[in-house]
Design a protein around this ligand. Sequence first.
Ligand SMILES: NC(=O)c1ccc[n+]([C@@H]2O[C@H](COP(=O)([O-])OP(=O)(O)OC[C@H]3O[C@@H](n4cnc5c(N)ncnc54)[C@H](OP(=O)(O)O)[C@@H]3O)[C@@H](O)[C@H]2O)c1
Length: 154
Amino acid sequence: MDMGKTKILIVGGSSGMGLALARRYLDEGATVIIAGRGEAKLSAAQEELSYSGSLEIAVVDISREDDVAALFQRIGRLDHIVSTAADIAGAYRLLPEIELSAAQRVVESKFYGPLLLAKHGAPKLSANGSLTFVSGIAAYRPAARGAVVAAVNA
Ligand SMILES: NC(=O)c1ccc[n+]([C@@H]2O[C@H](COP(=O)([O-])OP(=O)(O)OC[C@H]3O[C@@H](n4cnc5c(N)ncnc54)[C@H](OP(=O)(O)O)[C@@H]3O)[C@@H](O)[C@H]2O)c1
């Protein structure tokens, strides 16, 4: 695919797979917006990528519908939306120790968040646009203490 004229939003682009994906798309000439909750983390990622011309950052918490709606108002037309967002660290616990709030953050970042991205982002996509949401192998091979993450990935 010729990425040269495409504009891509990567939620979760401030670290891990999202950051790697941003680098790949930038190398291919795309305009990339990396998004996440932490402004300092996004700025550090922007500096690390060092492609100021075609790279923007956007602060958004995808568990908040008003945040998501405002994001798409700001950035306008898009070709692709990717979400690698995941707030899962606090949920890897034995069931008696798990906090409901940690489990809720997994669901919000990996289920409701992508749902909101689709709801508000799909109308902004070009005719050949796409939505890509990352699940995880835990859906099929759950790790110890990973019941919540496995369930949400599935
Ligand atoms: N790494 C692995 O081995 C592995 C294996 C299987 C599947 N996966 C899945 O692959 C995806 C990427 O994994 P990764 O290791 O690259 O993750 P990661 O490095 O922990 O990155 C997660 C990103 O999501 C952002 N984020 C979290 N909650 C958010 C929210 N509510 N709104 C907006 N942004 C949010 C984080 O930034 P802020 O915290 O600043 O918001 C961060 O940029 C995840 O879905 C993960 O479950 C990973």
